[in-house]
Design a binder for this molecule. Structure first.
Ligand code: NAP
Length: 475
């Protein structure tokens, strides 16, 4: 069986403790994974600080070339990497390949961004009495970045930290999710082969809760970048002090379907947004608000399409939906659905459980107070609600404390623009589901969904200091 080690200063190091990694789908033991302690993390941070002293002096060309090599290597190893996702995350193989395609794009955007980190000239003579000064800005790397990542996109969300950080000359200590260490560990090999100097990437596997204080509050850590749940994000924000922090958190994403939308053209897309990777996506479609005039027909077609999805083995190319990440998560959904039913919710399809799976579930007759509506479900479940006016639909979307992406389908331009202005979200998709994301667009939530932005260029802004330099041109 595979036994993993910690990746510190370009060497594989045995940890004092290990934990067993099991497959979410079959329960079989996949690996014995190194469990770092806080001294390991301290050494990793100190090594990354040391490596930064030379890495910050590399040229944009050198960093871009290294990232382009990562792109090449990942292209060649795509299928093998997707299989890691199927095993450790129960991600259906087709979804795994799609994640790898996006990951490769994220590293490619990062390689391109390495060469575009520019500043601006400040017109110094705009100030009264200034006649002999030039002023300009430039972006300066921060130093050691602590990156803490979740289980649901283990390659691409790691890429959203490593790509921008390395593009501008930062070094990184990466702490992947306990359930998805293998996809992070393989990146050590890939970056080494691509020529990243030792110490620039440190990978410490183990418990986020145990390692949190060191990862966040070590004096050499200059930036924390976290993707994960709101509860953990809030704790980190309280600990981080004056360091920079980016928090990419959860949501209960919604779409509005206006009467002008052609139902038959949007249903299958909405179904994929609701049930992709068993709904364990931060912008998974969880709430659908449909105008009363088309509600019954929309529900009928949506349920019909949902019933076509196949639940099964993530390694089977015909599987659409596989296991949830842990049996406890299935248990949580069992309780939430039971509670919603007592409160009057109606199951239109789904709600069939095994120890590890929940079948794609569509619920109607819900209220805004039900947990399956107002909290992030992070599960293959969606509710469909009828409304009378667009203002009412927008108010229902905004009732949530969360606000990552939102969507509206309409052919009426003025309604689309009204919704774009009024929806409380980090991004609004017109004529698409909120699950849409490409990796160079600005991405990050409002309200309890996040703090700061990712999307390569925007992550770079948050991973650098803006330095101003002025030259007096005469004595
Ligand atoms: P999670 O439980 O919050 O874990 C995320 C990471 O934080 C893991 O590496 C975890 O380590 C670590 N962690 C846990 N407790 C910690 C603590 N006290 N201090 C420091 N780190 C700690 O989230 P998850 O279940 O993996 O992922 C699901 C959540 O992520 C959902 O809420 C989802 O919406 C959100 N998400 C957001 C985005 C976005 O871009 N906005 C993208 C994807 C996912 P362990 O695994 O060792 O506990």
């Amino acid at each position: 069986m595979q036994e993993t080690k910690l990746w510190i200063n370009g060497q594989w190091e045995q940890a004092q403790r290990t934990y067993e990694l099991t497959s979410p789908y079959s329960g079989e033991v996949l690996a014995k994974v190194a469990k770092a302690n806080s001294q390991d993390v301290e050494r990793a941070i100190e090594g990354a600080h040391q490596a930064f002293q030379t890495f910050k002096k590399t040229t944009a060309y050198e960093r871009a070339e290294m990232l382009y090599k990562v792109v090449d290597i990942m292209r060649k190893r795509k299928q093998e990497l997707a299989e890691i996702l199927a095993k450790e995350a129960a991600k259906p193989i087709s979804a795994g390949v799609a994640e790898l395609d996006r990951t490769i794009a994220t590293y490619q955007f990062s390689a391109e961004a390495a060469k575009q980190s520019t500043g601006e000239t400040v017109p110094m003579d705009a100030a009264p009495g200034i006649t002999d000064r030039i002023g300009y800005t430039k972006r300066i790397p921060l130093g050691v970045v602590s990156a803490i990542t979740p289980f649901n996109f283990p390659f691409n969300l790691v890429a959203h930290k490593l790509g921008p950080a390395f593009a501008v000359g930062n070094t990184v200590v990466l702490k992947p999710a306990t359930q998805t260490p293998l996809s992070a560990i393989v990146m050590a090999e890939i970056f080494k082969e691509a020529g990243l100097p030792d110490g620039c990437l440190q990978i410490v596997t183990g418990s986020g809760g145990e390692l949190s204080d060191t990862l966040v509050a070590h004096p050499h850590v200059k930036k924390v970048t976290f993707t994960g749940s709101g509860a953990v994000g809030l704790k980190l924000k309280e600990k981080v002090g004056l360091r920079k922090i980016t928090l990419e958190l959860g949501s209960n994403a919604a779409v509005i379907v206006e009467p002008s939308a052609p139902i038959e053209k949007i249903v299958s897309r909405a179904v994929s947004g609701a049930f992709g990777f068993a709904g364990q996506v931060c912008i998974s479609l969880q709430r659908i608000y449909v105008h009363a005039s088309i509600y019954d027909e929309f529900v009928r077609q949506f349920v019909m399409e949902t019933k076509k999805l196949r639940v099964g083995d993530p390694l089977d190319t015909n599987t659409d939906v596989s296991a949830m990440i842990h049996p406890n998560e299935v248990g949580r959904m069992q309780a939430w659905i039971a509670e919603a039913k007592i409160q009057g919710a109606v199951i239109a399809t789904g709600a069939e459980f095994t120890e590890r799976t929940l079948s794609p579930t569509v619920v109607t007759n819900v209220t805004a107070q039900m947990k399956i509506v107002c909290e992030e479900t992070f599960a293959p479940i969606v509710s469909i609600v009828s409304y009378e006016t667009l203002a009412e639909a927008i108010a229902l979307v905004n009732e949530s404390e969360l606000g990552l992406n939102a969507g509206i389908y309409t052919n009426v331009l003025t309604d689309a623009m009204y919704a774009a202005d009024e929806l409380e979200a980090g991004a609004v998709m017109i004529n698409d589901i909120p699950t849409f994301r490409v990796d160079h667009m600005p991405y990050g939530g409002v309200k309890m969904s996040g703090y700061g932005k990712e999307g390569v260029k925007y992550a770079i802004e948050e991973m650098t200091n803006l330095k101003f330099i002025t030259i007096k041109t005469t004595f």
